[in-house]
Design a protein around this ligand. Structure first.
Ligand SMILES: CC(C)(COP(=O)(O)OP(=O)(O)OC[C@H]1O[C@@H](n2cnc3c(N)ncnc32)[C@H](O)[C@@H]1O)[C@@H](O)C(=O)NCCC(=O)NCCS
Ligand SMILES: Nc1ncnc2c1ncn2[C@@H]1O[C@H](COP(=O)(O)OP(=O)(O)OP(=O)(O)O)[C@@H](O)[C@H]1O
Length: 200
């Protein structure tokens, strides 16, 4: 690439498996580099609360995952998704396109306003990645991530490994412009991001 050509870095996709440090990197991008931030899981969870979506979800899931008040119980849903892969597939077929649609809208808006946005997800798809200017892949061993899940989320070891193994984000690692080893301290991670931006 010629020196005069500016490397675009308005939209950053921050990808990595569960507890790989995505939210931590998002906080760094927000606090130190003024990026707006978006968490795909939060978008999914917000959708679960929308009446029209909830009506559709109720057709796909058993009554046992809803509270007496009719809200979706996240912890019961998490357990159900592991035991019933068919239901997981159907739920994802409903929710994921809606999430990616919202992300695309947000990206479009940010580009119009010439702002900067960092989006985190453990479940990227190719279409989303192609909308990013840069992709950061966060790497940490399964053991470290498991330990973090036990310490910070109170998960049992077995459930932590189950979630880790159910995700297949690693296949996207080769598309990343920057692979960050989050076994390093948060300070080192911050320095690495800073140095990367300086090199651009
Ligand atoms: C299953 C849910 C309700 C559980 O919520 P809860 O608050 O208990 O867990 P939390 O959000 O902290 O989950 C942490 C991480 O585990 C992952 N995860 C949770 N359950 C599963 C599962 N069955 N399979 C794969 N990953 C899972 C989530 O994606 C997230 O990265 C929640 O994780 C969720 O809605 N997941 C769907 C994620 C999704 O569809 N994201 C949108 C990408 S397009
Ligand atoms: N570089 C790091 N060094 C030490 N601890 C870290 C580092 N990065 C993240 N952590 C810790 O690991 C835990 C998980 O990090 P974080 O929430 O950022 O991961 P995540 O990928 O966003 O997780 P999830 O997929 O569940 O949303 C947190 O307790 C966080 O403080």
């Amino acid at each position: 690439m010629g020196k005069a050509e500016r490397v675009k870095k308005e939209i950053i996709g921050v990808i990595g498996g569960i507890a790989s440090g995505k939210s931590t990197v998002l906080s760094i991008l927000q606090g130190d580099f003024s990026y707006r931030i978006l968490r795909m899981d939060e978008l999914a969870k917000a959708l679960y609360q929308e009446e029209a979506v909830l009506r559709e979800i109720k057709k796909l899931l058993p009554a046992s995952v809803f509270t007496k008040e009719g809200a979706l119980s996240f912890s019961r849903l998490r357990t159900l998704l592991f035991t019933e892969p068919e239901r997981k597939k159907h739920l994802e077929e409903l929710i994921h396109p809606l999430v990616f649609q919202e992300v695309s809208k947000e990206i479009e808006q940010v580009r119009l306003l010439r702002e900067k946005l960092a989006v985190e997800t453990a479940l990227p798809n190719q279409d989303f990645l192609s909308q990013c200017d840069l992709i950061f892949y966060l790497d940490a061993s399964e053991e470290t991530r498991c330990k973090r899940l036990i310490e910070s989320r109170g998960l049992e070891k077995e459930e932590a490994f189950q979630i880790i193994h159910s995700q297949s984000v690693k296949r996207f690692k080769e598309q990343a412009q920057l692979v960050i080893n989050t076994e390093e301290s948060i300070e080192r991670v911050r320095d690495e991001i800073c140095q990367y931006f300086q090199r651009l």
